[in-house]
Design a protein around this ligand. Structure first.
Ligand SMILES: [Zn+2]
Length: 121
């Protein structure tokens, strides 16, 4: 337990990532069904149409969130395979184990992540 990296239980985190991945895939599949079952005509009533279209936007946003998360999980799993898991993708520092426990798909250390958040367009 001399370095931060050694205290990460990668096997346990991989299991967490794979579980999360399966859950998200399931959610995306269900959302896709809801978003894309557009064969049904819109309700004739304008108010109902508005509600329907709003639901559609919410579903699409949820879908996009889930896909984004899936991409992050895939990236983390790939980094495990490459042996670079737990290293910050920007500065190369070890990501704090507590951070990885809470956010197993994190690819940035807390400093770079908060910088990226502030600098994000
Ligand atoms: Zn960093």
């Amino acid at each position: 337990m001399s370095t931060g990296k050694n205290s990460i239980d990668e096997a346990a985190l991989r299991t967490t990532l794979l579980e999360q991945r399966a859950m998200l895939l399931d959610r995306v599949r269900r959302l896709d069904k809801d978003v894309h079952h557009r064969e049904e005509p819109l309700p004739a009533d304008f108010a109902e149409q508005a509600v329907e279209l709003e639901n559609q936007e919410v579903l699409e946003a949820l879908d996009e969130d889930a896909r984004q998360e899936l991409r992050q999980i895939d990236r983390a799993l790939r980094r495990m395979d490459e042996g670079s898991y737990g290293e910050c993708a920007t500065c190369g520092a070890a990501i704090a184990p507590q951070r990885l426990q809470a956010l197993p798909w994190a690819t940035l250390c807390i400093d770079c992540a908060s910088l990226a958040e502030k600098g994000a367009p």
